[in-house]
Design a protein around this ligand. Structure first.
Ligand code: ATP
Ligand code: MG
Length: 274
C-alpha cells in the first residue's frame, strides 16, 4: 500500500432511517484519501441469510468498504443502513453494538490467551453472560455461574469450527488456517446481525477451504446469519455466494448473479490485467 493518509474528517450527515427489505443496504458509499477516490458509489443490497461476495483485484477497495461499514473510516459520500437504520457516521463501538462483527485480512487475535478465552471475550458483551464488576472482583457466585455458562457456549462454538481439541492452547500456537477459523468463531460469538469476513480462506489449503465452505453454510442456516465476504479464491466464492459485487479501482465493475458477473468480459480483463 502507498503511504497511508490520515482518514478524511467526517462529512456531516443527517441520519435518516429508510424502509429497507435488506439487512445491509449502502447508497453511493464512498471515500477519498487526498485526491485518491479509494471507493465510490458502492450500492450493496444484502438479504437476510445471504452470503454475499465482494471481490476484485488487489487494491480494488474491498477492505476499505469494510472499514467504512465498521466505522474505522467515515464515508465522504453516501450512507449505509442495517435493517433500514442509518448507521452512517457512528463510531466503531456503536456500529459494533448495533450488530456488525468482522474479521481482518491480517488476523487479529488475543495471541497470548487460550483459544477458548478468545471466544469467551467475544461472548462477554452479551447480557446473558454479564455480571457486575463488584461480582467479578469479589468472585461472587454469579461470576462463576456466568463464567461456566460462557465456557460451555465457547466450547460449543469451537466444536463447530473443529477447534475443540485446541481449546487450551494459546491462540498464537495455532497453525494459520486454524487461527482464521478462531477469528470467525470469536466474531460469531458476539451474536452479530451481519458478519464481515475479510479473506477468510487466505492461506488455507484446499481441504481446509472446502471445510470452511461447509462451516459457513452451517452458520448461515443455524445461526440465522447474514454474511458479506471478501475473497480471492473464486471456487470458494462460487461455492458460497449467489450474488457478488466486483470492485476495480474503487468502482463497481459488475454486480448481481455470481456466474454472470464472473463471466463478464470487463471482470475477466480486470483480473488478467491485474
Ligand atoms: N488510509 C489510507 N491512505 C491512503 N490510501 C489508502 C488508505 N486506505 C486505503 N487506501 C488505498 O485505497 C485503495 C484500496 O485499498 P484496499 O486495502 O481497500 O484494497 P483491497 O481491495 O482490500 O486490496 P487487497 O486485495 O490487496 O486486500 C488502495 O489504493 C489503497 O492504497
Ligand atoms: Mg484487502
Amino acid at each position: 500500500m502507498a503511504k497511508k493518509i490520515k482518514a478524511p474528517k467526517h462529512v456531516p450527515h443527517k441520519r435518516e432511517n429508510i424502509e429497507s427489505e435488506y439487512v445491509l443496504e449502502t447508497r453511493n458509499l464512498g471515500i477519498s484519501f487526498g485526491g485518491l477516490k479509494a471507493v465510490q458509489d458502492v450500492n450493496l443490497k444484502i438479504k437476510k441469510n445471504q452470503v454475499y461476495g465482494l471481490i476484485g483485484p488487489n487494491g480494488a477497495g474491498k477492505t476499505t468498504v469494510f472499514n467504512l461499514l465498521t466505522g474505522v473510516y467515515q464515508p465522504t459520500t453516501g450512507s449505509f443502513y442495517l435493517n433500514g437504520e442509518d448507521l452512517t457516521g457512528l463510531s466503531q463501538e456503536k456500529i459494533n453494538r448495533k450488530g456488525f462483527a468482522r474479521t481482518f485480512q491480517n488476523i487479529r487475535l488475543f495471541n497470548n490467551m487460550t483459544v477458548v478465552r478468545n471466544v469467551m471475550v467475544g461472548l462477554s458483551n452479551q447480557p446473558e453472560y454479564k455480571c457486575t464488576l463488584f461480582e467479578s472482583i469479589f468472585r461472587l457466585p454469579r461470576h462463576f455461574i456466568a463464567e461456566r455458562k460462557m465456557r460451555k457456549r465457547a466450547k460449543e462454538l469451537l466444536d463447530i469450527f473443529g477447534l475443540l481439541d485446541e481449546r487450551n492452547n494459546l491462540a498464537c500456537n495455532l497453525p494459520y488456517g486454524k487461527q482464521r477459523k478462531l477469528e470467525i468463531a470469536r466474531a460469531l460469538a458476539t451474536n452479530p446481525k451481519l458478519l464481515l469476513l475479510d479473506e477468510p480462506a487466505a492461506g488455507m489449503n484446499p481441504n481446509e477451504t472446502e471445510d470452511l465452505v461447509n462451516t459457513i453454510k452451517y452458520i448461515c442456516e443455524n445461526f440465522d446469519m447474514t454474511i458479506l465476504l471478501i475473497e480471492h479464491d473464486m471456487k470458494f466464492v462460487s461455492g458460497l455466494c449467489d450474488q457478488i459485487t466486483v470492485l476495480n479501482f474503487g468502482t463497481v465493475l459488475a454486480e448481481g448473479d455470481t456466474k454472470e458477473a464472473l463471466n463478464n468480459p470487463e471482470v475477466i480483463k480486470a483480473y488478467i490485467g491485474g
